[in-house]
Ligand binder design. Structure first.
Ligand SMILES: Cc1cc2nc3c(=O)[nH]c(=O)nc-3n(C[C@H](O)[C@H](O)[C@H](O)COP(=O)(O)OP(=O)(O)OC[C@H]3O[C@@H](n4cnc5c(N)ncnc54)[C@H](O)[C@@H]3O)c2cc1C
Length: 298
């Protein structure tokens, strides 16, 4: 369905099941779901939106637990819409927030730019990676950021520098009420062939150690300082533990998988069970990395 304002060019759906848009394959409907045609269309959409309407930004839904009750507001989907990407100057890479990390990593390598290979195995968008400071194998998103543009609830766009954000491990704090529209990454000139080789190597390593083919959201908990959440969970015998249709992965104990018919409630209850048991038996309080729609971190 096309948005009901004639000057809007995006796609508006009502009661869109969010299970279709999350890597856990769970979550109830969004009251409204908007996929903008492009950045200008997004600005126009936000300008006409009722200021009291709750808004949630969705990338590829690879780090999200959406409740079974869904979301009583408007979800904005960047994936498949904000997808422009180009090289800027010798070593700059400009990309809109809906560009998939895997695509960005390969594009950079093809241009002979190195430093973004680690993004290849992160199954999210650049926007999600900026929001989470996604990282892997020693690389982190914000180490490459030269600048971003944000957009607020009223459609106002601002250029921001990394200094406007406090960036930590899977954590980014910036100006309230602004989301990422696009970013300029500063990469290093290098051997693109070697970059592609590194990407293949990292993906193989991932497939060996993670249940990549099953519905999950990657690591559920942040690693506590000096330790690994997976090691703690395994040490108390929870590998393979099931609750309803949710299961602690046999392959990687910090992954929870949907075995087929899990509800968001099953997954949420299993997260809570793991957190409680790890704290009771080891004294370590794990902090979820996963975001809850309508509730910040889990
Ligand atoms: C198999 C698997 C492996 C994974 N491996 C890794 C890994 O190695 N390292 C790692 O860091 N993560 C990993 N993840 C988690 C996930 O892919 C990352 O957190 C990713 O950055 C999320 O991006 P997304 O587009 O899917 O965001 P979503 O899940 O859609 O959203 C996550 C959060 O980002 C916000 N957000 C999304 N877009 C924007 C935007 N444009 N502006 C502002 N906020 C926005 C959302 O509102 C939400 O709060 C993995 C997940 C899976 C399923």
């Amino acid at each position: 369905m096309v948005a009901n304002r004639t000057d809007l060019r995006g796609e508006l759906r009502e009661h869109e099941p969010l299970a279709r848009h999350t890597s856990w394959r769970v979550g109830g409907p969004a009251r409204r779901f908007y996929r903008p045609a492009d950045a200008d269309d997004l600005v126009a959409f936000l300008r006409q939106l009722d200021p009291s309407e709750p808004v949630f930004w969705l990338g590829l839904g690879s780090n999200l637990l959406v409740p079974d009750a869904g979301f009583q507001g408007t979800v904005i989907q960047t994936q498949g819409s904000l997808t422009r990407m180009e090289q800027r100057g010798d070593t700059g890479l400009y990309a809109e927030s809906g560009v998939a990390c895997a695509k960005l990593a390969r594009y950079a390598a093809r241009q002979g730019l190195v430093g973004a290979e680690f993004l290849a195995g992160i199954p999210g968008t650049l926007g999600g990676a900026l929001a989470m400071n996604a990282g892997a194998w020693g690389g982190e998103t914000w180490s490459q950021v030269a600048g971003v543009r944000t957009i607020d609830r009223h459609g106002q766009v601002r250029a921001r520098s990394p200094a406007d954000f406090t960036v930590g491990y899977r954590e980014v704090k910036g100006p309230e009420g602004e989301w990422f529209l696009d970013a300029l990454l500063e990469l290093a000139p290098g051997d693109g062939e070697a970059g592609m080789g590194r990407i293949r190597e990292l993906l193989e390593q991932r497939a060996r150690t993670q249940p990549t083919g099953l519905p999950s959201c990657g690591s559920v908990f942040r690693n506590p300082p000096g330790d690994h959440a997976a090691r703690l969970i395994e040490s108390i015998g929870l590998k393979g533990y099931r609750l309803g249709g949710a299961q602690v992965s046999e392959k990687h104990a910090n992954f929870i998988i949907n075995t087929g018919a899990a509800s968001a409630r099953d997954i949420g209850s299993l997260i809570e069970h793991v957190r409680r048991e790890v704290e009771r038996q080891t004294g370590v309080r794990l902090v979820p990395e996963v975001r809850m729609v309508g509730g910040g971190s889990q």
